[in-house]
Design a protein around this ligand. Structure first.
Ligand code: ZN
Ligand code: ZN
Length: 253
C-alpha cells in the first residue's frame, strides 16, 4: 500500500494537495495540520515555534469543512484522512489536549517543535554549537520526545520527525544511536510509531537511517510521511522511506 501520512494545507489548497497525492497513486493520504494554525490556539498559547506565513483556521469546524470540499470523484478510491500535527510541550500540554480532544480524528501526529527554553527545534538555518552545547540540546530534545511518548494528552499514534533538531543545529551527539534506541523502545512500549519523515530524508538521510535501525532493534513500527506543504512535495522521499522499510524489515502503520 502506498501511503503519505503527513501533509499540510496552509500554503496550498486541499484540492491541489489531493490531486498531487492521486498523481502519485497513493492509497491512503493524511492531511495533518499544525495545531498552532488554529486561531483559538494561536491566541491562547504562546508557541515557541509557528509558521510565520500561511493560513490560520478560525476553528475546527472551518478545518473540517475543507475535507467536505473534496468530491468523491477526486479521490477515486484513495482514502483521505483528517488529522492534526499536535505540538507537545509540558507548558501547554493540557490546553492543547483540551482543544484537540473536542473532535474525533482519523490520525494524530505528535511533534516537539521547541526546547524547554522555547528555542525552536528547527531554525531558519543551523546554529553553530560547541560539542557540549549540541549534546545538551539533543538530550533536551529527546527528553521532551520521551515525555511526549509517555503522555496521554491526545490519543496520537505517531511521533513525527525525531531527528529534526539537525535542521536547527550544526552537529549531532556521539550517543545519538542510544538516544534513538531508547526512544524507539518507549514508542514500542507505548504502542506508537516513529516517523520516517520526507523533509528529514531530504536534509539528513543518514539520521533517518538511524531512526530506521533503532525501530528495527526495538521492533517499533514506523510512519511514512512526506511533511509536504506544497503539491510538489507530496510523497517526497517516500521511495527512500520504503527502501528503509524493506531493508530493515520494518512494520509501517
Ligand atoms: Zn513538524
Ligand atoms: Zn509537519
Amino acid at each position: 500500500m502506498r501511503v503519505d501520512n503527513h501533509s499540510h494545507i496552509i500554503l496550498a489548497d486541499i484540492g491541489e494537495m489531493v490531486a498531487a497525492a492521486k498523481k502519485h497513486k497513493i492509497d491512503r493520504y493524511s492531511i495533518t495540520e499544525h495545531v498552532s494554525q488554529f486561531r483559538p490556539m494561536r491566541e491562547s498559547v504562546d508557541f515557541g515555534s509557528v509558521h510565520r506565513h500561511g493560513r490560520v483556521f478560525q476553528d475546527l469546524r472551518e478545518y473540517r469543512a475543507e475535507f467536505s470540499k473534496v468530491p468523491e470523484s477526486a479521490l477515486s478510491g484513495m482514502k483521505l484522512r483528517m488529522g492534526l500535527e499536535v505540538d507537545f510541550s509540558p507548558r501547554y500540554e493540557a490546553k492543547v489536549g483540551e482543544f484537540v480532544n473536542q473532535e474525533e480524528w482519523d490520525v494524530l501526529l505528535c511533534s516537539v517543535h521547541e526546547l524547554a527554553d522555547k528555542t525552536e527545534v528547527e531554525g531558519t538555518r543551523q546554529r553553530a554549537t560547541t560539542r557540549a552545547e549540541a549534546a545538551r540540546e539533543w538530550h533536551e530534545y529527546f527528553r521532551l520526545q520521551q515525555m511526549a511518548l509517555e503522555s496521554d494528552f491526545v490519543p496520537f499514534t505517531i511521533l513525527t520527525h525525531p531527528t529534526r533538531l539537525a535542521k536547527g543545529i550544526d552537529r549531532v551527539p556521539d550517543d545519538l544511536d542510544d538516544l534513538l534506541l531508547n526512544l524507539a523502545k518507549t514508542a514500542k512500549r507505548r504502542g506508537k510509531a516513529l516517523e520516517l519523515n520526507g523533509n528529514d530524508l531530504g536534509f539528513a538521510p543518514e539520521l533517518v537511517r538511524k531512526v530506521a535501525r533503532a525501530c528495527a532493534m526495538a521492533a517499533c513500527s514506523v510512519n511514512l510521511g512526506s511533511d509536504s506543504h506544497l503539491p510538489q512535495e507530496v510523497f517526497r522521499k517516500m521511495k527512500e522511506a520504503t527502501s528503509l522499510v524493506d531493508e530493515f524489515s520494518l512494520q509501517p502503520v
